[in-house]
Ligand binder design. Structure first.
Ligand code: FAD
Length: 386
């Protein structure tokens, strides 16, 4: 089949015909269920909640998760193939919103009991409940060890006070995998609680208005003496920080995949436009400056994609890639920053107009070097390994 995925990177080294079948079904889902409506959902600031069930029924939400909780065991490249195809919606917001479970569920799987996994993982993989991750607070996101939201034990409940912000799927989430302070200052005082949205004292802001990712709802969440049963604690008290850090690896890899696809889509759009659009009696492709710009864009996209795949393969093989995944995220974001900027330039005034894909890619791209750990935090991590 044709993948519209013209690439010189070693595609066959990472993806088998079986990955391609899943890719094809994700592509059909996008074509039929998302593309006809995505502009409307972007303007509305959300997509219908039924999309979680539709995606779950096709197996996209459960990919790579344990069978006993409704998942489908699959290697990392199945998830990458699906993410790449979902990015073909041209809406980072749709992908982030539909995919919020992928940052909320892993700590439950790695730290939770069987009972907690049955309660908090199975319904999410089935598309029946929506999960979000709550780490960032109004006072800061990078300095995770310094979070201020407190959880104080009161009998068989924790009483939670504080707030979280910028939470993807925050308005619609049924449950929040939430970082709270149960102990003293620093990383050793942080725990993870699953807080259900119907808990007393839990409330949510209106959707936050953003530069990009319009189709994903992003919220601030408030806890006012919010009572959470003790049985919702993941792992042991004050050991949540390690679960949060482990979770970042996968998130950063998938953000790199999103950045590479953002750049690839911008490149594809630019190539098409440069062949059609005429100025001074020839197509834009007729100008060497445009051809060279496209050549540089293509080179960066190939290099970013290949490096991300290499890191993914090593993560899939169980190798520690903390430094490399930070490099992959930063490199992919550097590529998508440049490529989306150049794409808008090639489109001229149209590139600045709503309704043109490159305009949305340019806006959606900006968050990729902020979310999941900023460029500067990635560089801090990388520099520790040098
Ligand atoms: C659309 C969107 C969706 C998000 N979704 C979620 C979500 O679902 N769940 C969640 O928990 N969070 C989410 N976030 C939050 C995101 O993870 C944080 O924005 C990010 O971690 C940065 O934190 P901050 O915004 O508080 O910036 P700050 O931590 O205040 O940083 C501000 C600036 O200072 C720099 N800086 C900070 N510390 C250092 C340092 N040590 N060295 C050098 N520079 C430094 C940063 O790089 C940045 O440039 C989302 C954010 C956005 C915008």
């Amino acid at each position: 089949m044709s993948f519209e995925f013209q690439t010189t990177c070693e595609y066959q080294k990472y993806f088998t015909p079986s990955h391609d079948m899943v890719r094809k079904s994700a592509r059909e889902f996008v074509k039929k269920e998302v593309l006809p409506y995505i502009d409307e959902w972007e303007e509305a600031g959300e997509f219908p909640v039924e999309m979680y069930k539709k995606a779950a029924d096709l197996g996209f939400l459960g990919l790579g998760y344990p069978e006993e909780y409704g998942g489908i065991p699959a290697d990392i490249f199945y998830r990458i193939a699906v993410s790449e195809e979902l990015m073909r919606t041209g809406s980072g917001g749709f992908c982030a919103g539909l995919g919020s479970l992928n940052i909320a569920i892993p700590p439950i799987l790695s730290m939770g009991t069987d009972e907690q996994k049955k309660r908090f993982v199975a319904p999410v993989l089935a598309g029946e409940k929506i999960a979000a991750l709550g780490i960032t607070e109004p006072g800061g996101g990078s300095d995770v060890a310094n979070i201020r939201t407190t959880a104080v034990r009161d009998g068989d409940h924790y009483v939670v006070n504080g707030s979280k912000t910028f939470i993807t799927s925050g308005c619609r989430a049924d449950q929040l995998t939430c970082a709270v302070r149960t102990g003293g200052e620093g990383a050793h005082g942080v725990s993870l609680l699953v807080i259900e949205a119907d808990s007393p004292g839990y409330s949510v802001s209106d959707r936050l208005k953003k530069t990009g990712w319009w189709a994903s709802d992003t919220a601030e969440i408030y806890f006012d003496n919010c009572r959470v049963p003790v049985e919702n604690l993941l792992g042991r008290e004050n050991e949540g920080f390690y679960g949060i850090m482990a979770n970042f690896q996968y998130e950063r890899l998938m953000l790199a995949v999103m950045a590479n696809m953002t750049a690839r889509l911008a490149l594809e759009e630019s190539l098409r436009y440069a062949r059609e659009r005429k100025a001074f009696g020839k197509t834009l492709m007729g100008f060497q400056v445009t051809r060279h710009k496209l050549a540089e864009m293509a080179t960066l996209v190939e290099a970013g994609t290949e490096f991300t795949y290499r890191v993914a393969a090593k993560i899939g093989a169980g190798e520690d890639q903390i430094k490399e995944v930070s490099m992959a995220k930063n490199f992919a974001c550097m590529v998508s920053d440049k490529v989306t900027y150049d794409a808008v330039q090639i489109f001229g005034g149209y590139g600045f107009m709503r309704g043109y894909l490159v305009e949305r890619l340019f806006r959606d791209n900006r968050v990729l070097s902020i979310g999941g750990g900023t460029t500067e935090i990635m560089n801090e991590i990388i520099s520790k390994f040098l």
